[in-house]
Design a protein around this ligand. Structure first.
Ligand code: ATP
Ligand code: MG
Length: 423
């Protein structure tokens, strides 16, 4: 067999049926709890000015230093394929003045994201996320609400082994004292140059270093929860109490930090142990200072993004049956040219009546077409033979039982709609 000339770029892959349908169902399941909770859908461009991410995600983050797809356009603009959704959504909120209406603004989104990563299982250069952001409230109830909505999405997909990790990073009140303490500790370690530099620029990010030798050296590092101000502590306690009230099991993880610079106070991650090292199926947190960072007014916010691709892998790791394409209810089998012509009209009518219908094409014989009908998963075959047509009838065959009856052509659509509960 010859090799195809073109392949999907490194780190990307196609989602073909039935996997394509499965990822759609995953995204739908993630969106359903949000839509039922009053969140509105927002769509932003797939690329933005590079400066938005440099500023909004943070100059010292892995995303900005190593993972961005950035380029200069023919017109000379510096743009980047979006690596994440929060900065673009906040940019859109400010630009469209949503923050001047009723607060909080609750939004959800779904789309493709791009990061120049080292490809491996669960880590791709093109992946999809469903995200949610709530702007304009610093109530801890919003943090808890978002965590509950994510947990409900995972549950709706049948996942049992998603763990919720939470931490607080404190706010501007508590962060400086913690930062100092952490820096003092980190300067005492024997670190490579790059990491030592990071200690001076953004010491919290060092905690996110996944190398085992670094993790070991960090065992005695001070933890941020010991430095929380009274208000930060009260916020954190309220989130935890509300989660407990909602019956959500969570784990306090005082070492949890995440890859983006903008987080304040609540930070959380959803992990699945069946995925190996790419264990995070989603995560998020509060980012009360991000609006000001982007030149906006004070506008506290909190949000999350769930990874659809890893969630699908998690479902497979748990041995769950993946959601299937919906399939059709009726499969039409025309025999002969006149029948094909008549079938086209019937198929259109059936579909418009709400009966999911497919049809055998290209003058297939009865045997091949009936095989295709079986494969389609339809409940009924509608057979239009030449003799049927001459007599003004068609045969409705129930595929499971083989039961067959002739029905007048002008009653076929109503019959099938009735039998299948459509129309
Ligand atoms: P990780 O620590 O695994 O790199 P992250 O902190 O970079 O994750 P976020 O930016 O919080 O991830 O993105 C939210 C979710 O999107 C992640 O929990 C994950 O499920 C998914 N995700 C992130 N990067 C990728 C990727 N390169 N490929 C596939 N999914 C991804
Ligand atoms: Mg990452």
């Amino acid at each position: 067999m010859s090799q195809p000339t073109f392949r999907a770029p490194k780190g990307t892959f196609d989602l073909v049926p039935p996997r394509g349908d499965a990822i759609l169902a995953v995204r739908d399941a993630m969106a359903a709890p949000l839509r039922a909770a009053g969140y509105g859908y927002i769509e932003t461009p797939s690329f933005e000015q590079t400066a938005l991410f440099a500023r909004g995600v943070g100059e010292s983050t892995d995303i900005v230093t190593k993972e961005m797809y950035s380029f200069t356009t023919r017109g000379g603009d510096d743009v980047t394929l979006r690596p994440e959704g929060t900065a673009p959504v906040l940019r859109a909120v400010l630009e469209n003045g949503l923050h001047r209406g009723a607060l909080p603004v609750k939004l959800w989104y779904s789309g493709s994201y791009y990061r120049y990563e080292r490809p491996q299982k669960g880590r791709y250069r093109h992946f999809s996320q469903v995200g949610a952001e709530v702007l304009g409230s610093d109530d801890a109830a919003v943090d808890a609400e978002l965590i509950v909505l994510a947990v409900d999405a995972y549950k709706a997909l049948g996942l049992n082994d998603v763990r919720v990790l939470i931490n607080s990073l404190g706010s501007h009140e508590s962060r400086p004292a913690y930062r100092d303490a952490l820096q003092r500790f980190l300067r005492g370690l024997d670190l490579d140059d790059e990491t030592a530099k990071r200690v001076e620029i953004n010491p919290l990010r060092v905690l996110d270093d996944k190398r085992p030798e670094i993790q070991k050296a960090l065992e005695d590092a001070p933890v941020v929860v010991d430095f929380l101000s009274e208000a930060d502590r009260a916020h954190h306690d309220k989130v935890r109490a509300l989660l407990t009230d909602a019956g959500i099991e969570y784990e306090d993880d005082p070492r949890l930090v995440r890859g983006l610079d903008y987080y304040t106070r609540t930070l959380f991650e959803f992990v699945h142990d069946g995925l190996g090292s790419q264990s995070a199926v989603g995560g998020g947190g509060r980012y009360d200072g991000l609006s000001e960072l982007l030149g906006g007014p004070r506008l506290p916010g909190v949000g999350w993004a769930l990874g659809a691709d890893r969630t699908l892998l998690a479902m497979e790791a748990e041995g769950l049956a993946l959601p299937e394409p919906p399939g059709v209810t009726v499969y039409v089998v025309p025999l002969g040219e006149a029948a094909e012509r008549r079938a086209f009209g019937l198929v259109t009518q059936l579909r418009r009546t709400g009966v999911a219908t497919d049809v055998a094409l290209g003058g297939r014989g009865l045997k091949g077409a009936m095989k295709a009908a079986d494969r389609s998963g339809a409940r009924y075959a509608l057979i239009l033979g030449e003799r049927d047509l001459a007599g003004g009838v068609a045969q409705i065959k129930e595929l499971a039982t083989g039961e067959q009856s002739a029905v007048n052509l002008d009653e076929v659509v109503a019959q099938l709609a009735g039998r299948t509960g459509a129309g």
